[in-house]
Design a binder for this molecule. Sequence first.
Ligand SMILES: NC(=O)c1ccc[n+]([C@@H]2O[C@H](COP(=O)([O-])OP(=O)(O)OC[C@H]3O[C@@H](n4cnc5c(N)ncnc54)[C@H](O)[C@@H]3O)[C@@H](O)[C@H]2O)c1
Length: 236
Amino acid sequence: MSSTASDQRVALVTGAAQGIGAGIAARLKRDGWRVVTADIKPGDSGSRHVIADMGDEEAVNALVAGIEREEGRLDALVCNAGIMIRKPIAELSLAEWRRVLDINLTSAFLLAKASERMLAAAKGSIVTIASSRAHQSEPNTESYSASKGGLLALTHALAVSLGPAIRVNCVSPGWIDVQASALSAKDHAQHPAGRVGKAEDISSLVAFLTGPEAGFVTGAEFLSDGGMTRKMIYAE
Ligand SMILES: NC(=O)c1ccc[n+]([C@@H]2O[C@H](COP(=O)([O-])OP(=O)(O)OC[C@H]3O[C@@H](n4cnc5c(N)ncnc54)[C@H](O)[C@@H]3O)[C@@H](O)[C@H]2O)c1
């Protein structure tokens, strides 16, 4: 690690060109972190932004090597990049299945593997962004649900393998509106919390989990879904 590493904590947030990832990057920056963002799309968060495909091992390794070279340390890794393909299983190709698994799940394995040394040196932490769909499904979402269930299991496996140096936790969002969509009163009212979620509902949890007050929290999942996974629904 570079001897010029500063005292400022460094976080890497993937999939941060927009949506939840951009919200997490902005929150950590506001909290005083130096943030590096990575995405296949350009970003305009004001953080150092790297164009990289998280499903590609070489790109992930180059991204992490660049952080060691440029920043000299890594204290938090937020594995947020993700995609969803909705298709009946008969129409879902093996290549599509693999692409979803690569981006949503294998990326976290690659990122953790490449970052372990720097994160351990910093006594840092990893946060994975899974989904309430790790626990429940709509039709035609097999690849996404499987990837998020895998990510949840990878989280506790990593927590056990990489502790005590590195804490590893998972945030599972429910419905988070990242596009300022036209939402109906019914959309909000169906949630026990009375509203659809926003990016801040996720970034606040990530800020806690990567912060000094979460020292006893590892291997855990935090559902931020407005209560939807606790709600029984029977036909009317
Ligand atoms: N929004 C929700 O309701 C919701 C609910 C549950 C879970 N999530 C999860 O939260 C995360 C962020 O979701 P979002 O709603 O902000 O989605 P989004 O589509 O708005 O943003 C995802 C970002 O990931 C990037 N990305 C896609 N493939 C990539 C790749 N190969 N390499 C690097 N970056 C890549 C995209 O370019 C995009 O900027 C995802 O993992 C998603 O599965 C979202």
